[in-house]
Design a protein. Structure first.
Length: 123
């Protein structure tokens, strides 16, 4: 079924899923979890600029949608780890070209922004 053939209800639900996985934090979490299970503090340290609250919200949303699993380890002291589910790994594969594109084009985007800002800023 082509995207243009989506029923209205399915289109709304699809948009909700795209809102989640298209969120900048979600894709970064998926990127880091593709390297294997991580603890909350490891993710917080790796994902520059994310607040503790936003990481918590993002992890809960991804867990709810079946993208990752949360495992509580009964050790002293107890700790929690997060890992991609099989569906989460397919999301990572789907998002990989976008992630690679963003890294490849960072310098071009920085240059375009600087050029735009110089052109549009008041003298």
């Amino acid at each position: 079924m082509a995207a243009s053939e989506l029923r209205q209800e399915d289109a709304c639900r699809t948009r909700a899923v795209l809102d989640l996985v298209g969120d900048k934090w979600s894709l970064l979490v998926v990127r880091y979890l593709s390297q294997g299970p991580h603890r909350f503090t490891e993710l917080k340290r790796e994902i520059d600029g994310i607040s503790q609250r936003m990481l918590t919200v993002t992890l809960r949303a991804l867990e709810r949608d079946g993208i990752l699993t949360r495992t509580v380890h009964n050790v002293m002291p107890p700790h929690v780890s997060y890992e991609l589910t099989p569906m989460g790994r397919t999301l990572r594969e789907a998002a990989l070209p976008l992630l690679e594109w963003s890294v490849t084009n960072l310098a071009h985007i920085d240059a375009a922004r600087a050029e735009y800002d110089a052109r549009t800023s008041p003298a």
